[in-house]
Design a protein around this ligand. Structure first.
Ligand code: SF4
Ligand code: SF4
Ligand code: SF4
Ligand code: FES
Length: 909
C-alpha cells in the first residue's frame, strides 16, 4: 500500500492509516499479485523485488464492493444528518469502490440500536456506527501508549470497549483524542463538530500550552475554530497531541475575555473602560511621572512565556530603550533560569541539546524531577514508545509518577529521593561512575577541559560524595544508587530529561551542572539518543529567554555589560543601552516594598498566582503606583492593576514560539484579535506613547530585526519557516537548516567544563513544628496557573487542587481522605482537601497550583537558587492538621476577589 502510494496509486482502505502499524482487518485494500493465488491485503503484504501487483480489476472491484456492502448493511443510513457527513472515510470509500445499493436489509441481527456514550466532555462514542477496524484501539496503544481501549468479544459480538467496559469518562482514557482522530467513521467524533459542523478550512499553527510545541491544523468554520488536529508533519509532535492542545481551546472565546482597555486611579476604584489611545497615554504618562519622581530605575517590565518571540522581543526592547533601564525579567526566573545558568557554564549554551526524535535512539533514559505524562504528554507518549521497544528507564522523583509503572512500562529504578537532595544524588551517581571506572575516558580527554575535570574528579571521588555516605540524607539505599549509576553509565546511549523538580531548588543551578557533568563523564552528549534535556514548562519559555528577557542579557544570551554586544542594538535602536544588569523579579518585589520600585508593565504573566510567597508578592503589587497588566482575563495580578490592556490569544496573532528543542515554529492568525490589537501592536502603541517610536507593520519585520541582531537566529525568517515548517536554532549561514543536535564535535564553549557541585543542604529544614516536606507539581488537564484551562471543559477533570498525603502521615494526624486540612509553613497557611495515596512517601506531601483560591504559593517560601534566584518551590517544610474552614488568607482572598470582580462589572455597565 505504501509503495503504491509512493507512485501515486491509491488503494482504498479502512483499517490502515499512515500513523499506525498495518493490521489487515478490513480487507478493502485487497490486490492481486502475479503468480500468487487469490487476493492479498496490500497493507500487510511487503513489497518485493520484481513483484507485479494489480490494484484494479473487475474481480478486485467486485470484491471491494461486496465487502463494503457488508459493512454498510450494519451501518445506519443517516449520512445526510450525520455530523461527519462530508468528512467520513467510510462514506468516501463507499463512493470510491462504487457501492450503489445494498442487497441486505436490516431484518437480521445488527448493531444499530447500540447506545451512545456521551460521558466524555469533548467527544461522543456512537457504537452503532462502528466498523470494528481497531484503529482507535491501535492509536491508543501505539501513538498514545495508554492502552485504555480494547476489542471485547469475538466475531459478531466484537465491540470497542474502554477499560473494563466502562464509559469513556470513567475509564483510563487520558483524553488525548488520538482515537477520535484515527476513527474513519463518525463513531468517535468531537462534540465541537457535532455542535458546529465540519470545518471549511484550516490554518497551520503551534500549540500555546506546554514546551513540547505541537504543530496543529486549526480547523475553522466561519470565524470559529471547530477542531484542532495535530499536524501530521509536525516535527515536535509527529501528528499527536494531548487533551490541552487538542480540546482546550474554548477559552479563546470565553465570556470572561476582556476585550476593551481599562484604567483606574487606584485599586480600590472601579475600572473605567476606555479607548486604546486613552489607555496607553494614561499608562505612558504614569510611567514618566514615576520616573520623574523616583528616578529612571523605578520602573520595569515582565515578558511572557506565553506570548510570541516577536512580542517578547518588543517588550524587552521597550524596557531597555523607552524605559531606559534593564529592569526586565520573565517567568523563567521562577522555572528554568538555573537551566540557562547551568548549561551555559558547563556546555556553553543555555538550551537543551537534542530533538524529541532523539529519544528513539536512547537506550537508557533518566527522567529527573519531571512528570512528562502530565506536563509534556506528547513527548511522554514518544518516550513510552521507546520504552516499549526495550529502552530502560530510571525515574528520580520523590513521588511515584505514572512513568514508574504504567501499562507496558516498568522503570528499572525509581529513586524516590527526599525533596532537596538532588545534588547529593547526582554527585553520588557520578561518584559511582568514577569509583567503578565507568567514565568515558576518550570523550573526557578529547572534549572536556582537563584541569576542571581533574579538580572535579578529586572532589567527587571523596567519600562524602559516596552513595554510602549520602544514602540517609537522600533517602535511597546506596545499592539502588549504584545500580542506577551502572545502568546509565554502561548504556550505549544514555539520555537525561529533567524538569522543574531539578531547577526549583536552592541548588537548582548546581543540580543542572551536576547533570551536565554526569552526561560529559559518560560521553552522553553530541549525538542522537543522548543529551541533557530540560523539559520546558510554558510554550515559549525557551523563546522568552532567547529574546533577551533577562536583566543581564540581550537577545541570544549575551551579557549587557559587553560593549560589542550592546553596540549593534544601540545603532539600530538609536538609543544608549545601560551596561549594568537590571532588577530580577524578586528584586523588583523587594524594592517595591521598600519604596524604590513603583511602576511595572507585566505582559501575559500572572505573578500574583505563580510566584512564591504570595503575601509578599501581593504586598509588592499593592506598593506600585502604576501596574500595567496585559492579559486576556482579569487574572490575579490584574486585580492589583491600574491599567488593563486586553491581550490576544494565540489564535489571534502571527508570530513564532520556540519549544524545548530550540525549535522555532510558526504561530498563524486564525481569527482577528478580539480587542482590535495583537499583543505586539499594544506594546508598540505604549512605546510610541512613551516617545520611543516603533513602526512594525507585521511580526515578520520584528523577526527580521531579531535575525539581524541575534547571531543564533541570523538564518531565521518567515520565508524560511514557511519552507521548512520549523527551524531549530542555532540557524545561521553555517547551519541554514538549523541545528537539531548540539555540541556534535565540540561544545559551544569549546571544551566542556566540569563545575564542582558541592552538596549544600537547603535552609528549609523539617523539625518539630514543620515535620513534613511539601513539593508541588502539575496535572495533565490543567496548565500552569489554570487561567486558560479552568475556562474550558478541562475543569471537570481537575476541579480542585488537593493535598496528597501518605496514609501513615494521615493516620498519625487523624485525617481521612476528603477531609479539609490546614497546611502551615513558615510563610503562611492554606487549607485544602486531603487525598490519601502512597504515590508520595511518608513525610512528603504534594499539591498542584492550578486554582488561585488554593493559594499554594501562600505557603512556599522565598528561598531561592543561589545563582539565579529561582524560587525553591519544591521544598517547603510544613505541618498538616484537620480543620473545618478556610485559612485567613483564603477568606481575605475571596473578599478581595469579589470586590475586584464588582469593579470589573462596574466598568462593563
Ligand atoms: S482519547 Fe486517547 S487515551 Fe483516551 S481512549 Fe482515545 S486514544 Fe486512548
Ligand atoms: S470506533 Fe472508529 S476506529 Fe474504533 S473500531 Fe470503531 S470505527 Fe474503527
Ligand atoms: S500541551 Fe504540550 S503536549 Fe499538549 S498539545 Fe500542547 S504542546 Fe502538545
Ligand atoms: S486497509 Fe488493508 S486490510 Fe484494512
Amino acid at each position: 500500500m505504501r509503495a503504491a502510494a509512493q507512485v501515486d496509486v491509491n488503494i482504498p482502505r479502512l483499517c490502515a492509516t499512515d500513523s499506525l502499524k498495518a493490521f489487515g482487518s478490513c480487507r478493502i485494500c485487497l490486490v492481486q499479485i502475479e503468480g500468487r493465488k487469490g487476493f492479498v491485503a496490500s497493507c500487510t503484504t511487503p513489497i518485493e523485488e520484481g513483484m507485479v501487483v494489480r490494484t484494479q480489476s473487475e474481480d478486485i472491484a467486485k470484491l471491494r464492493r461486496n465487502i463494503m456492502e457488508l459493512y454498510i448493511s450494519d451501518h445506519p443510513l443517516d449520512c445526510l444528518t450525520c455530523a461527519a457527513n462530508g468528512d467520513c472515510q467510510l462514506q468516501d470509500t463507499a463512493g470510491e469502490v462504487g457501492l450503489r445499493s445494498v442487497r441486505y436489509g436490516y431484518s437480521g441481527e445488527n448493531h444499530l440500536k447500540m447506545e451512545k456514550d456521551t460521558s466524555h466532555a469533548y467527544f461522543t462514542f456512537d457504537p452503532s456506527k462502528c466498523i470494528v477496524c481497531s484503529r482507535c484501539v491501535r492509536a491508543c496503544e501505539e501513538v498514545q501508549g495508554t492502552f485504555a481501549l480494547t476489542i471485547d468479544g469475538r466475531g459478531f459480538e466484537s465491540k470497542v470497549s474502554a477499560s473494563q467496559d466502562e464509559d469513556f469518562s470513567s475509564s483510563e482514557c487520558v483524553s488525548c483524542g488520538a482515537c477520535v482522530q484515527a476513527c474513519p467513521t463518525a463513531t468517535l467524533i468531537e462534540n465541537s463538530i457535532i455542535d458546529n459542523g465540519i470545518p471549511e478550512h484550516s490554518v497551520l499553527t503551534t500549540c500555546a500550552y506546554c514546551g513540547v510545541g505541537c504543530a496543529f491544523d486549526a480547523q475553522v468554520r466561519g470565524d470559529q475554530v471547530v477542531r484542532m488536529v495535530p499536524h501530521k508533519n509536525g516535527k515536535a509532535n509527529r501528528g499527536h497531541s494531548c487533551i490541552k492542545g487538542r480540546f482546550a481551546f474554548g477559552y479563546a472565546t470565553h465570556k470572561e475575555r476582556i476585550t476593551t482597555p481599562m484604567i483606574r486611579a487606584n485599586i480600590e476604584e472601579p475600572w473605567r473602560q476606555v479607548e486604546w489611545n486613552e489607555a496607553v497615554e494614561f499608562a505612558a504618562l504614569r510611567i514618566r511621572q514615576i520616573q520623574d519622581k523616583y528616578g529612571k530605575d523605578s520602573v520595569g517590565g515582565i515578558t511572557s512565556s506565553r506570548c510570541t518571540n516577536e512580542e517578547t522581543y518588543l517588550v524587552q526592547k521597550l524596557i531597555r530603550a523607552a524605559f531606559g533601564n534593564n529592569n526586565i525579567d520573565t517567568c523563567a526566573r521562577v522555572c528554568h533560569s538555573p537551566t540557562g545558568y547551568g548549561l551555559k557554564t558547563t556546555l556553553g549554551e543555555s538550551a537543551g541539546t537534542q530533538t524529541f526524535d532523539s529519544i528513539q535512539k536512547a537506550d537508557v533514559i533518566i527522567v529527573m524531577g519531571a512528570n512528562p505524562t502530565d506536563a509534556h504528554p506528547v513527548f511522554a507518549s514518544r518516550m513510552k514508545k521507546r520504552l516499549r521497544e526495550g529502552a530502560k528507564l530510571i525515574v528520580i522523583d520523590p513521588r511515584r509518577i505514572d512513568l514508574v509503572k504504567s501499562p507496558h512500562v516498568n522503570s528499572e529504578h525509581h529513586l524516590a529521593l527526599m525533596p532537596g537532595t538532588n545534588v547529593a544524588l547526582l554527585n553520588a551517581l557520578s561518584h559511582v561512575v568514577v569509583r567503578d571506572g565507568l567514565e568515558d575516558k576518550n570523550f573526557i580527554d578529547s572534549r572536556c577541559e582537563k584541569e576542571s575535570f581533574l579538580q572535579w574528579k578529586r572532589i567527587i571521588g571523596e567519600n562524602k560524595n559516596s552513595p554510602e555516605a549520602l544514602e540517609e540524607a537522600i533517602g535511597v539505599p546506596a545499592n539502588n544508587i549504584i545500580a542506577a549509576a551502572h545502568l546509565y553509565a554502561k548504556a550505549r546511549n544514555g539520555a537525561i530529561y529533567y524538569g522543574l523538580g531539578v531547577t526549583e531548588h536552592s541548588q537548582g543551578s548546581t543540580a543542572v551542572m551536576a547533570i551536565a557533568n554526569l552526561a560529559m563523564l559518560t560521553g552522553n552528549l553530541g549525538r542522537e539518543g543522548v543529551g541533557v534535556n530540560p523539559l520546558r514548562g510554558q510554550n515559549n519559555v525557551q523563546g522568552a529567554c532567547d529574546m533577551g528577557s533577562f536583566p543581564h542579557e540581550l537577545p541570544g544570551y549575551r551579557h549587557v555589560s559587553i560593549d560589542e554586544v550592546r553596540e549593534p542594538f544601540e545603532k539600530l535602536w538609536g538609543v544608549k543601552i545601560r551596561p549594568e544588569p537590571g532588577l530580577r523579579i524578586p528584586n523588583m518585589f523587594d524594592s517595591a516594598i521598600e519604596g524604590g520600585f513603583k511602576g511595572l508593565y507585566c505582559q501575559g504573566e500572572d505573578i500574583a498566582q505563580s510566584d512564591p510567597n504570595t503575601q509578599h508578592v501581593e504586598e509588592a503589587l499593592r506598593s506600585l503606583e502604576c501596574l500595567i497588566v496585559q492579559d486576556i482575563f482579569l487574572n490575579e495580578t490584574a486585580k492589583f492593576a491600574h491599567v488593563f490592556l486586553p491581550g490576544a490569544s494565540f489564535l489571534e496573532k502571527d508570530g513564532t514560539f520556540t519549544n524545548a528543542e530550540r525549535r522555532i515554529s510558526p504561530v498563524r492568525r486564525v481569527m482577528s484579535p478580539l480587542s482590535g490589537k495583537a499583543d505586539w501592536q499594544a506594546t508598540m502603541a505604549l512605546s510610541n506613547a512613551l516617545g520611543f517610536e516603533m513602526n512594525y507593520r507585521h511580526p515578520s519585520e520584528i523577526m527580521e530585526e531579531i535575525a539581524k541582531l541575534t547571531p543564533t537566529f541570523s538564518g531565521v525568517s518567515y520565508e524560511r519557516l514557511d519552507e521548512e515548517g520549523s527551524l531549530q536554532w542555532p540557524c545561521d549561514s553555517e547551519a541554514p537548516y538549523g541545528t537539531p543536535t548540539m555540541h556534535i564535535d565540540e561544545f559551544v564553549r569549546g571544551k566542556g567544563f566540569f563545575a564542582v557541585t558541592e552538596y549544600v543542604a537547603t535552609d528549609e529544614k523539617i523539625g518539630k513544628q514543620f515535620p513534613l516536606l511539601l513539593t508541588t507539581g502539575r496535572t495533565l488537564s490543567q496548565y500552569n496557573v489554570g487561567a486558560q484551562t479552568r475556562r474550558t471543559e478541562n475543569l471537570q477533570f481537575h476541579t480542585e487542587d488537593v493535598l496528597e498525603l501518605h496514609p501513615y502521615d494521615a493516620e498519625n494526624r487523624g485525617i481521612v481522605g476528603g477531609d479539609m486540612v490546614q497546611i502551615t509553613s513558615r510563610s503562611g497557611q492554606i487549607s485544602l482537601r486531603a487525598k490519601l495515596t502512597d504515590r508520595v512517601q511518608p513525610s512528603v506531601v504534594y499539591t498542584t497550583f492550578h486554582h488561585p483560591g488554593t493559594g499554594a504559593n501562600v505557603i512556599t517560601t522565598d528561598n531561592s537558587d543561589w545563582a539565579t534566584n529561582c524560587p525553591e518551590y519544591k521544598v517547603t517544610a510544613v505541618e498538616v492538621r484537620k480543620i473545618k474552614s478556610n485559612s485567613a488568607w483564603q477568606s481575605q482572598y475571596e473578599a478581595f476577589t469579589k470586590r475586584q470582580e464588582f469593579f470589573l462589572q462596574e466598568a462593563k455597565t
